[in-house]
Design a protein around this ligand. Structure first.
Ligand code: BGC
Length: 720
């Protein structure tokens, strides 16, 4: 067995991941790899350099153990898919899986065999810059998409060419960073952790994810990188995870900065005993593990088990048989299939938030001219979004270009950028933008955030449209022309100050390489929008965290109990407010609800019913509804199933997503959508932290958003 032949130094070497981003391999790196002191490198993407690194590892090191070559391949490699939050808005695991598959194949051409993705941190906080990378706020949607992404990267078998190991991150709770400030503390009670934040990770583990990454964040006083409960108890003992856990970048040494340990040696002790198998950057494992063994504070069995976890992934990848990469054996970068996947993902990710008077789709037949305005209409780099180390903006097709290509000479297209970037404050160029809008039959504004405004360490406390964009909207509005806003952003923005100033809003997130063609098709009705929000849009930032699957409280608000600040009765101020859970200046509803998304078709749900009024524990119930397309165009609709468990030994959310289906309906078509629910699907972690389903009354809704009120009921009867 390989492990038996390894010296202690070689074992510790496997637990060491080093940055190898330099274009020339440094002498130190050559020496370290040849001496067996490196198990993995990251951030090298030149295939010849990667092959040379592998050659050193397999030919010059004593045991010839190949390297894991890691990279943040988050939403594409050269061909960029929409940001993960945008992909979540597709509610389509097939397209998400396909996107990860394309990313894996392209990354594999560079010799990368390990993607540091999917990021599956639930987030209920749009201020957090990394919400762009997240699947949103819902544990069920996130779990389905987590599994799809793992399947996409890893394929059927990691031995297959073009598949790469995935890494579910950041374990766990990072998305709950206080006030959305990146790297901040998280306070998540265990019950909430289990019922919400851990669920997508369990799904990734069940889908066979090869690795996990520990989070930077502090969870209830114990930073995740030192958190034995997370990595030993939950991940290994309860879930039976067999791969390995990597720290985040230098997060082992940061344990001292957190104030958990006094020095690097103690940090290593904490991380290794908690179950971090490999250290990313930092090299404190390399410098301290041997001494900890000599001191007798850790034993060799622990190290052996961790090294075995790492080696097992290298075996799964087939690296011992062939560590080298021949790019010619893989599909070409940005081939037709890759671009088509990116286009389809962008198409399905865009969410039509509002469409007053059916201003969209625009009709090439009735318009003579349009004005295209704004800093993001023709911004090839910005439309790619955050985390695109390798993304190629030369491949980007912008909306301006696509609209021009689509309309040719038929319609006059006038373009004004109006702002240097999304943050600009000068309004000097607005007059020209107003002029072209006034001269045209319709205006399309391309607004939002540049890519730099979201992502790691790019959190915002104010999530309005930045710079002078709202002012631009107001000025264009005055022309009286129909105004459509296409918003590209890395997060939900608070749109309250512009929502009434525009006729339609298409929320395109950062749509990636093929954003342009997708948006053009949607604006001009070649396709109907079909994205649905994977996260709640607040009216104002002070409502955060606001999410659909909240608890009821003992004083739930209702339209009758809400009294807004201007309506307080001066004579009896105490009595006039409803004494329920709402904000005096915001009420309690969001601007746009989770699951919301309009269509050019007219979808109508009816007759929501349950196959039985009562079921026994262990049985299945079918919840179904009639769905009709009463409109005049064919379109996809995402039908959503929500339930409420009315009474629980811990309080349950007012609604929980339990199923969804993307279906395509022709005009006039009517289908039955049905969802099977096994009583296990209704399980939650109760007071004793055990997963269980309780007997009792359930409500179930089906509809096109979390706001649906089409409800049925069923009851689980305890047979004992
Ligand atoms: C991020 C990780 C990423 C790593 C390597 C860290 O700062 O938190 O998500 O994988 O850097 O780039």
């Amino acid at each position: 067995m390989l492990l038996d032949q390894m010296t202690l130094s070689e074992k510790i070497g496997q637990m060491n991941q080093v940055n190898a981003s330099d274009s020339d391999i440094t002498d130190q790196l050559r020496l370290d790899i040849a001496a067996g002191r490196v198990g993995s490198v990251l951030n090298q993407v030149d295939v010849d350099t990667v092959n040379e690194l592998q050659r050193i590892a397999v030919q010059e090191s004593r045991l010839g153990i190949p390297l894991l070559v890691g990279r943040d391949v988050i939403h594409g490699f050269k061909t960029v898919m929409p940001i993960p939050l945008g992909q979540a808005a597709t509610w389509n695991p097939d397209i998400v899986r396909e996107g990860a598959k394309v990313a894996a194949r392209e990354a594999a051409t560079a010799g990368i065999n390990w993607a540091l993705a999917p990021m599956i941190d639930i987030s209920r906080d749009a201020r957090w810059g990394r919400i762009a990378e997240s699947p949103g706020e819902d544990p069920y949607l996130a779990s389905v998409l987590a599994a799809a992404m793992v399947e996409g990267y890893q394929g059927e078998d990691l031995i297959d060419i073009g598949t790469i190991a995935a890494c579910a991150k950041h374990f766990a709770g990072y998305g709950a960073s206080e006030s959305g400030r990146d790297y901040s503390t998280t306070n998540i009670p265990e019950n909430e952790l289990r019922n919400v934040y851990l669920r997508p990770f369990k799904a990734a583990v069940d889908a066979g994810v090869a690795t996990l990454m520990a989070s930077f964040s502090d969870l209830d006083g114990v930073p995740a990188t030192a958190n034995k409960f997370l990595m030993r108890q939950v991940l290994r003992d309860e879930w039976g995870f067999r791969g390995f856990v990597v720290s985040d970048w230098d997060s082992v040494r940061q344990l001292a900065i957190h104030g958990l340990t006094e020095n690097d040696k103690e940090s290593v002790f904490q991380a290794v005993t908690a179950g971090v198998d490999m250290e990313m950057a930092g090299e404190s494992y390399a410098h301290n593990l041997e001494e900890l063994l000599e001191d007798g504070r850790i034993d060799i069995e622990m190290i052996d088990a961790m090294v075995a976890n790492i080696l097992s992934v290298k075996f799964r990848l087939g690296l011992f048989e062939n560590p080298f990469t021949d790019p010619a054996a893989l599909p070409a970068i940005a081939n037709e299939e890759a671009l088509e996947t990116a286009r389809k993902a962008a198409l399905q990710s865009a969410v039509l938030l509002k469409n007053d008077g059916g201003v969209l789709p625009l009709s090439a037949e009735t318009l003579n001219s349009i004005a295209i305005i704004g800093p993001l209409a023709d911004a090839p780099y910005e439309q790619l979004g955050t985390w695109i180390f390798d993304g190629d903006s030369d491949l980007s097709v912008t909306p301006l270009r696509s609209i021009r290509d689509m309309l040719g000479e038929d319609i006059e297209i006038r373009y004004a950028r109006a702002m240097a970037n999304s943050r600009s404050r000068p309004t000097g160029s607005f007059a020209q933008a107003v002029e072209i809008a006034a001269d045209s039959d319709a205006a399309i504004l391309f607004l939002g955030e540049e890519s730099i405004l979201s992502g790691e360490a790019h959190s915002r406390a104010n999530i309005d449209l930045p710079g002078a964009q709202a002012e631009l909207v107001r000025q264009i509005r005055k022309t009286g022309k129909p105004v459509t806003a296409v918003i590209m952003a890395g997060r939900p923005l608070t749109l309250t100050n512009i929502v009434d100033e525009v006729d339609a809003i298409l929320y395109a997130w950062h749509p990636g390489t093929m954003g342009g063609p997708a948006i053009a098709d949607l604006l001009f009705g070649v396709e109907s929008p079909s994205g649905k929000l994977p996260v709640t849009f607040p009216r104002m930032v002070g409502q955060i965290p606001i999410y659909y699957n909240h608890k009821n409280t003992g004083k739930p608000p209702s339209p009758d109990t809400v009294v807004l600040i201007d309506d307080i009765d001066a004579r009896a101020p105490q009595l006039s407010t409803g004494m329920t859970a709402f904000h005096l200046d915001a009420g309690y509803t969001p601007l746009f609800a989770f699951g919301h998304g309009l269509s050019y078709a007219e979808f109508d749900y009816q007759n929501v019913r349950s196959s039985s009024r009562e079921i026994g524990m262990g049985d299945t119930v079918t919840i179904s509804a009639e769905l009709a397309n009463n409109g005049s165009v064919a379109a996809d609709e995402v039908a959503q199933l929500y339930i409420r468990d009315l009474v629980g030994n811990v309080t349950r959310p007012v609604k929980e997503l339990k199923g969804f289906k993307r279906v395509r309906l022709e005009p006039g078509q009517r289908v039955t959508v049905d969802f099977e629910l096994h009583t296990d699907d209704l399980a939650f972690f109760g007071r004793n932290m055990q997963l269980m389903t309780e007997a009792g009354e359930f409500h179930a809704w089906i509809g096109g958003s979390s706001e649906t009120d089409l409800r049925t009921e069923f009851r689980i009867i305890d047979s004992e």
